[in-house]
Design a protein around this ligand. Structure first.
Ligand SMILES: Cc1cc2nc3c(=O)[nH]c(=O)nc-3n(C[C@H](O)[C@H](O)[C@H](O)COP(=O)(O)O)c2cc1C
Length: 375
């Protein structure tokens, strides 16, 4: 049967079949998910936050072996990186006060994590030098699309334009979106408070049309709590040309999530996805756990980015990698949007996309005409 057409301007800009971008999810959206989404007609995005230059290079090659369709690499480019020019990961760790290290040691004891456990992550994303190297890998490989999950792409744009690389940047308010206009990015994501992962403080329904109006004619993808065909139609109604969805893929067969994390997402309600600074020191929506409570309600206020992330890295990675996921449930980081109740069945990424498109068509052709009387 012929595939249903569901086409917007975003599809032309990115060279994709459906206006559905799978958002970058560091540690969770790796080559299998990227390939599956791009093959299904969306844009798969690798969350490069946990990659090093050599592993990123290998991942891009793996994606290219799995699909000839466009895909994106999501980097984190916060402005604060520039203040850390010349500072190594070890140098950054020296800024963390001793009483925080002592507190972290106490948390290891509480959660039964060995004192000598160290994450094997190189943390390229936390240093300017490492970020430049990750970026260079993207440029050398002429990846189809680079996305900035945090921060601005201005300093990267000339090299992207030279190579025909398309760019996507996120705005959680009009002021930030206008900076992306100044940078001349190809697509702007207007992301609302509802979103899983790092998020701003304005609701999706409010922020999307205001950014659409402000950045016109740059195409906008809406984000934040969009997890089915109704969400896609709503995004289009608000003036967006498509969607940028992370949480929608958390139950996909191809995501890098443990079964325990999937069970937690299935059990979650809209009230369980809370904003916490427990992991990165920045506001990040995830499922509530003892670990989020400890940092958000405990005696030590979270440190800023990237210091807090460096401090909690070992604990977080230990829990994620441990085979007894039940034992480490309290510290299992599970970013998720407020659309938690819509995430209730395990499916392939292709099925998720097909279902979204099918439902969106039904809403547009049948449901709306039944519910709205027009003369
Ligand atoms: C599990 C998970 C991990 C995420 N990791 C990142 C990340 O590493 N970098 C980033 O820029 N955004 C990250 N995000 C945010 C997404 O890129 C995206 O903006 C968000 O998921 C969109 O909202 P939604 O979850 O409601 O679809 C993450 C989101 C989730 C759910």
């Amino acid at each position: 049967m012929a595939r249903r057409k569901f086409h917007t301007r975003l599809c032309d800009v990115l060279g994709i079949e459906y206006p559905i971008i799978q958002a970058g999810m560091g540690g969770f959206s790796d080559p299998p998910l990227v390939i599956a989404v791009s093959e299904a007609g969306g844009l798969g995005t690798l969350g490069a936050a946990v990659y090093e230059p050599d592993t990123l290079d290998a991942a891009i090659k793996e994606i290219r072996k799995g699909t000839s369709k466009p895909f994106a690499i999501d980097l984190l480019l916060p402005d604060s990186l520039k203040d850390m020019e010349g500072v190594s990961k070890e140098g950054l760790m020296k800024y963390i006060p001793d009483d925080y290290y002592a507190y972290e040691k106490g948390l290891r004891k509480k959660f039964d994590i060995p004192d000598d456990y160290r994450s094997t992550r190189g943390c390229s994303l936390f240093t300017m030098e490492g970020t430049r190297q990750l970026l260079q890998v993207c440029l050398d490989n002429k990846v189809p699309v680079i996305a900035a999950g945090l921060g601005r792409l201005g300093w990267v744009m000339p090299e992207c334009k030279k190579r025909g690389i398309k760019t996507i940047a996120i705005g959680a308010n009009v002021k930030m979106a206008m900076k992306h206009v100044e940078d001349q990015v190809d697509v702007i994501v207007a992301q609302g408070y509802d979103a899983g992962g790092h998020t701003g403080n304005i609701g999706t329904l409010s922020v999307v049309p205001q950014i659409v109006d402000a950045v016109n004619p740059i195409p906008v993808a809406a984000a934040g709590g969009i997890a089915d065909g109704r969400g896609l139609v709503a995004a289009l109604a608000l003036g967006a040309e498509g969607v940028w969805c992370g949480s929608m893929f958390l139950l996909s067969n191809e995501v890098t999530f443990t079964e325990r994390q999937k069970d937690r997402v299935i059990a979650a309600t809209e009230r369980d996805a809370v904003i916490s600074k427990a992991i990165s020191g920045k506001t990040l929506r995830q499922l509530r756990s003892s670990f989020t409570e400890i940092w958000d309600k405990g005696p030590m206020p979270p440190l800023g980015w990237p210091f807090h992330n460096l401090l909690t890295l070992d604990i977080v990675d230990y829990a994620f990698g441990h085979k007894d996921q039940e034992k480490y449930d309290a510290i299992l980081v599970t970013p998720c949007s407020q659309a938690a109740r819509l995430l209730n069945k395990r499916r392939s990424a292709r099925q998720i996309i097909d279902d979204m498109v099918k439902e969106a068509v039904k809403v547009l052709q049948e449901d709306m005409t039944k519910r709205v009387e027009l003369r």
